[in-house]
Design a protein around this ligand. Structure first.
Ligand code: M6R
Length: 603
């Protein structure tokens, strides 16, 4: 994803901007660039590849200045290239860096071409900088010119702009994409992510949607979406300089579980525009790929495989898209049959899982034309071997047990269900509903995290146990599988998951008073069937721990222990119910005294 860093100071800002870009590298990018005003002239450097390449270029051809803007780009419109890298300029007088997507850029471009503007890139960003240049012809105030130009934009953006005519002023604005102003002593810095400028300040102004700010060395003026001059509070961040710090949490795993609302928010950031999922925001080749394909084959391992299994229910159930899910380590050894128009989707937190990489190679060999990956690390091997990478943006996952990677994978999969489903049988009203539920996901996950204390107490039921069963139906069956995997991986309790309807076909024989049976029971059309399965367990003295919708009335069965989960819409409930199961596994492992973040047998 793209990243912005900018600054105005009495010192040379270039090293600070470069350090900021380095701190945004975890978000993934394909090119980087920087522009400063040096002796009243805008000087720009851009490079494809790593920030270190840009740094080397600047070392060779030094530039410096007290005001500047910088960017890491992740291609959406136009391939990764120096010409497409930001900053973009107009008439060598204005330079802009941009995060987001301008939806009406084609119309604006046509008008600007008629006016004689030249385009040197394939991006949607050049129309912004030409628009500002045009307004500056008649407008003396820099901020007013930017305001007039941005009023013509449709879509999502965060911008930082410098202008030769106004070399003491940095203008920044945001609509639909985040931007913060870091307040230093006699200097200001701007970034799309607080982490980028933590080395220079811990005091931040969080711009609100629609804000535009004029930043000079001695003051910041902010105008809100209604055109009013406003004062925004300066907040001290509690974030530490070290992004992989455990903070106040005892384990990384618990920290990562609690980071899930923010991780999901980052994953959907800039992808839902005016209530609609933008496929352009998924990458510049997204539409071409989705137009071509007729079915889907998901390939992954472990937790990522479980995410794929959930998605199969969504792809087929919501949108009628034929979908298969394969364990990567089996794929190359079983002679799968594949057609050219089957889209391969690999899912991986690391992007480096050998089985998944090999399976992708096999799928290519079998003739798959397109492969995309859902991955937390853009520059990974899977990323490089795929036609499109959709990054989960979960941030570094240090705990071996995957948590925030899983929910963000599910989030991306739901985005894909919408954009691919549009070409199949996804009803319009369901698309709108799913998009709105996606936007509400961070808040829903925050609500369910409030169960933390209750689940910690419930975990005591497992302290003496050696085995557990997990049950679910529909899309909650893979959630039960994921719950069982989490429990066995970090607490070393043997756990197995079954679709609840399968109990009577064998596993019921295992049930006795020593066997906890964890059941996922959302309020959906399968609930009545699930209740019968719960009865089957209870009748055999099994101890049931049921994660149940808060609106349902539990019966007074003594074998039943209930955790009431906040009510959610059924379409996204699989994502929500994954969270309490993670907490359960975590607290059981803590009680057992295992090495939660690095369980045995994993290096
Ligand atoms: O990096 P990947 O997602 O490709 O890793 C695949 C599995 O090894 C991984 O999901 C594993 O199952 C989890 N860490 C378990 O919590």
């Amino acid at each position: 994803m793209c990243g912005i860093v900018a600054g105005i100071a009495q010192r040379n800002v270039v090293p600070i901007l470069l350090e900021g870009l380095r701190r945004l590298e975890y978000r993934g990018y394909d090119s980087a660039g920087l522009a400063v005003i040096e002796s009243s002239v805008i000087k720009r450097k851009r490079e494809v590849g790593k920030v270190s390449s840009l740094e080397a270029l600047i070392k060779e051809e030094p530039i410096s200045g007290n005001i500047g803007i910088a960017h890491t780009r992740w291609a959406t419109h136009g391939k990764p290239s120096t010409a497409n890298a930001h900053p973009h300029m107009s008439g060598l007088k204005v330079a802009v860096v941009h995060n987001g997507i301008i939806e009406n850029y084609a119309q604006l471009k046509e008008l600007q071409l008629e006016r004689g503007y030249e385009f040197t890139s394939q991006t949607d960003t050049e129309v912004i900088v030409h628009g500002i240049y045009e307004e500056l012809k008649t407008e003396n105030s820099f901020i007013s010119a930017v305001l007039k130009a941005t009023n013509k934009l449709e879509g999502a953006y965060a911008l930082a702009i410098i202008c030769q005519q106004h070399c003491d002023t940095l203008v920044v604005c945001r609509k639909g994409s985040p931007l913060v102003i870091g307040v230093g002593i006699g200097e200001y810095f701007v970034a799309s992510d607080v982490a980028a400028i933590l080395p220079v300040t811990q005091r931040f102004i969080f711009l609100e949607d629609g804000d535009i700010a004029e930043i000079k060395l001695d003051a910041v003026k902010i105008i809100d979406a209604k055109g009013n001059c406003v004062t925004r509070e300066i907040k001290q961040t509690s974030l530490s300089l070290d992004a992989v710090d455990k903070g106040n949490y005892r384990h990384y795993m618990l920290k990562e579980i609690h980071e899930q609302p923010d991780a999901i928010a980052r994953t959907i950031e800039g992808k839902i525009i005016n209530g609609r999922v933008s496929e352009q925001a998924l990458g510049h080749s997204a539409s071409e790929i989705f137009d071509y394909i007729k079915s889907i084959q998901i390939i992954a391992c472990g937790t990522s495989f479980h995410a794929g299994l959930v998605a199969r229910y969504w792809f087929e159930g919501f949108a009628g898209v034929p979908c298969n899910v394969e364990i990567a380590s089996e794929y190359r050894y079983r002679s799968p049959v594949l057609s050219k128009d089957t889209l391969i989707i690999t899912i991986s937190q690391s992007g480096e899982t050998a089985d998944t990489i090999a399976a992708l190679g096999e799928a290519r060999r079998l003739g798959a034309k397109y492969a995309i990956t859902i991955c937390n690390v853009l520059e990974s091997s899977l990323g490089r071997a795929s036609d499109l990478v959709i990054q989960t943006n979960a941030g570094p996952e240090i705990g071996v047990a995957s948590t925030k990677a899983f929910v963000t994978q599910l989030t991306v999969l739901l985005l894909l269900v919408i954009v691919i489903g549009r070409r199949f049988k996804l009803p319009k009203n369901l698309e709108a509903k799913l998009s709105s539920e996606l936007a509400n996901l961070p808040a829903m996950v925050r609500n369910v995290l409030a169960l933390d204390g209750e689940i910690k107490i419930m975990a005591e039921q497992f302290s003496e146990k050696h085995h557990a069963l997990f049950l679910g139906r529909g899309a909650h069956y893979p959630i039960a599988m994921e719950g069982a995997l989490k429990l066995k991986e970090i607490s070393y309790i043997h756990a197995e998951a079954y679709p609840a309807g399968e109990l009577k076909h064998g596993p019921l024989a295992l049930v006795d008073s020593d066997m906890p049976v964890v059941t996922v029971a959302p309020n959906n059309s399968l609930l009545e069937k699930l209740k019968s399965n719960i009865q089957e367990v209870s009748a055999r003295g099994g101890q049931l721990i049921v994660f149940m919708d808060e609106q349902l009335v539990p019966n007074d069965d003594v074998n039943l222990k209930i955790i009431k989960v906040p009510s959610v819409e059924d379409e996204v409930s699989a994502i929500i119910y994954a969270v309490p199961l993670q907490l359960l596994a975590y607290y059981v492992a803590v009680l057992k005294g295992t090495d939660v973040d690095q369980p045995r047998n994993f290096s």
